[in-house]
Design a protein around this ligand. Structure first.
Ligand code: ADP
Length: 291
């Protein structure tokens, strides 16, 4: 039995969230992953990381990818970013083939990737500078985005003075300020403690309501994936392909303490373990508890 059938037994037919059902038409599709594969060649050794992945991600949708370590999640995200060329197939954003980085895509990294010698303001401003936005317009924009991520009182702080959660808020503001169509997030909250992670997840949901951006999100945490996603794409071990796509039937924000939320989470964890997708359930649970 597939996970979808299994879930439907308990939960019934999913009610699609607004962002998904509103964006049904062909022209609304922002990302088309079309039969991509990636084989790395290094020192005469070939590693097939990704095999034949196809998926359409609709405008305004939050899709998360979950799968074992080393299965190729970052590889997949880098191909969508245009930072890495697929060996087979192609990625399209709208009608454009995605073969180089572009302003239509923003990236948020797990390790923040900030410029430590620059202030918070100057870090958030980086993308605007690259895009030649005049200095006079930059200040108001940076103020707006710092407010959005709750860092309005830290504009002049040094990066080294910030906590991990604050650094990642800077990373998010920096990615969003250039108003990309798509934000690619590679385990953005993976290095943070559980409480900070929960706060940033709620904040991301609030921001998404304001900006309506499409998010592609990589995570290890089933809890995070169920809390945030319209759809969760479960990846297999290498060579990675799609094992299952799980549509989450609830509007956001979601109630983590509800029995339905926990039942769905438990089912997914059990399924991942049964299918041997994740390392072990205990490891997944540890990550969810932030241990
Ligand atoms: P994940 O993000 O799921 O942990 P990655 O996308 O980082 O996985 O890596 C997928 C696989 O591809 C791993 O086995 C990794 O060792 C391999 N890989 C990643 N980058 C390279 C590279 N530049 N050269 C060779 N192999 C690589």
């Amino acid at each position: 039995m597939s996970l979808k059938e299994w879930l439907l037994e308990d939960i019934g037919t999913p009610r699609k969230s607004k962002s998904v059902s509103d964006a049904k038409t062909e022209s609304d599709k922002t990302i088309r992953i079309d039969g991509i594969g990636k084989t790395y060649s290094r020192n005469g050794k070939e590693t097939e990381a990704i095999r034949n992945i196809s998926l359409d991600i609709r405008k305004g949708e939050l899709v998360s990818f979950i799968g074992p370590s080393g299965c190729g999640k970052t590889t997949l995200l880098r191909m969508i970013a245009g930072l890495l060329e697929p060996t087979e197939g192609a990625v399209y954003i709208g009608n454009d083939i995605c073969d180089e980085p572009g302003r239509d895509r923003g990236f948020v990294f797990q390790d923040f990737a900030l410029l430590p010698w620059r202030s918070v303001r100057r870090n958030v401003e980086t993308g605007l500078e690259i895009a030649h936005v005049p200095k006079s317009e930059r200040k108001a924009l940076v103020d707006e985005y710092l407010r959005m991520v709750g860092l309005e009182n830290f504009a002049d702080s040094k990066i080294s003075e910030l906590s991990g959660g604050m650094k990642q808020r800077v990373g998010i503001a920096r990615a969003l300020i250039v108003k990309p169509d798509v934000v690619l997030m590679d385990e953005p909250f993976g290095a943070l403690d559980a409480q900070t992670r929960n706060i940033l997840q709620s904040q991301l949901i609030r921001i998404l309501k304001e900006t309506g951006q499409t998010i592609v999100f990589i995570t290890h945490s089933v809890d995070e994936a169920v809390y945030l996603s319209d759809r969760i794409v479960v990846l297999t071990k290498r060579p990675t392909t799609i094992k299952e796509i799980i549509e989450i039937p609830w509007e956001r924000p979601r109630d983590r303490s509800s029995p339905e939320f926990n039942a769905l989470k438990k089912r997914i964890v059990e399924y991942l373990e049964k299918e041997n997708v994740m390392e072990t359930v205990s490891e997944t649970n540890e990550k969810q508890r932030g241990e």
